[in-house]
Design a binder for this molecule. Sequence first.
Ligand code: AMP
Ligand code: GLY
Length: 433
Amino acid sequence: MRILLLGSGGREHALAWKINESVWTNPLYIAPGNAGTVQCGKNISLDITDFDAIGKFCISEKIEMIVVGPEEPLVNGLYDHFKASDDLQKIYFIGPSKNGAQLEGSKAFAKAFMKRHNIPTARHQEFDSSNFEEGVHYVKEHALPVVLKADGLAAGKGVIICHTSVEAVSEFELMIQKAKFGEASRKVVVEEFLNGIELSVFVLTDGKNYLLLPEAKDYKRIGEGDTGLNTGGMGAVSPVPFATPGFMHKVEERIIKPTIAGLHEEGIDYKGFLFFGLINVNGEPFVIEYNCRMGDPEAEVVIPRLETDLVGLFVAATQQELDTVKLRVDERSSVTVMAVSHGYPGNYEKGFEITGLKKDAGKETFIFHAGTKQIEGKILTNGGRVLSVSSYGKNISEAADRSLKILDGIDFEGIYYRTDIGYEFKSQISRNV
Ligand code: AMP
Ligand code: GLY
């Protein structure tokens, strides 16, 4: 099967590695990919927001399956673009329709969907310029902390947790009246703060059935001990020890099943990954957000734990036959540690040579590339998040130590990574071993 994968991060390197292992794959193209994905297929220089260019490439290369890594093309309707074209509609498409992707693309859409289907989430109200004064009053009177969310996509930056009413009102004004996050914050969801521990749960769905993938926890803050600025993710672990069978049963019954049934009932086309950003409040799961894709860096721990042929699963998803397949999961723990550029998540420089990549990392470790590029035989940094080093272990502690040991031998100017990924679970034995 001739496959095109869109994206260029650590998530896409993990997907490319797994897709390339499949008996179905021949060949794999990655657009635009990074210096790591060239080990799994052929990188193609394509702008993933240019739907016409993607379509032309698919026709000229006789692509049979397209897998979309990041949310942006999905939220902008790449699926619908393919389905509307006689030449493209038969291509197996992994990713939801524009409507389905609104679960991530519009917080207000997601909230209304959850309300319609009785899915547990934080209480909220939404405001825009038409009810701005009412919103100011609402925000001022709201219990603290209060959560303000830009309705649209804001590159992971559109959520502000405010600890004083003064801050909340001023941020609210900036978002709606000064378009702090551009068009994305012309509408704002004001939400109650939920106190608990977060985790990421994933399914692959065909719009009717779903397969529950291994869960993960990511570490969003830049500093050790979860301090400092929010990032795209500094590391992740899977499995998550507090995701016990009892807790996951609640997640499936109260959240996953009503979500998939809701998509089906509402006639929303959804064949792809669905990511539930959850929070565990005293043992009860609530939805913080939906994403219409795999997580990054969660993919770098979840994908290595999948033993089943991923392309086979994708084919079953496109045929709405996921109820006929079984997922096999590696029982080992998996931990990824992200190496980032100096200055990230603020300003950083790119173009530094990465050394130490050629050494054999062993069978227990994968070095997934994120922001990297290859120029004249050298591998250079090309983003904030540079490498995601994932290892297996008999528990989280062993897996984390393995990744750190490999990172010891890797260098680029200004390299930084957290040495405490999975810290709260290190004294516990993973429930799966
Ligand atoms: P999001 O962009 O929706 O992923 O939100 C970013 C982060 O804000 C989440 O990962 C949570 O840590 C936090 N957050 C969002 N909504 C809430 C909430 N209602 N209560 C507590 N924390 C929240
Ligand atoms: N790691 C969180 C995300 O991918 O959105």
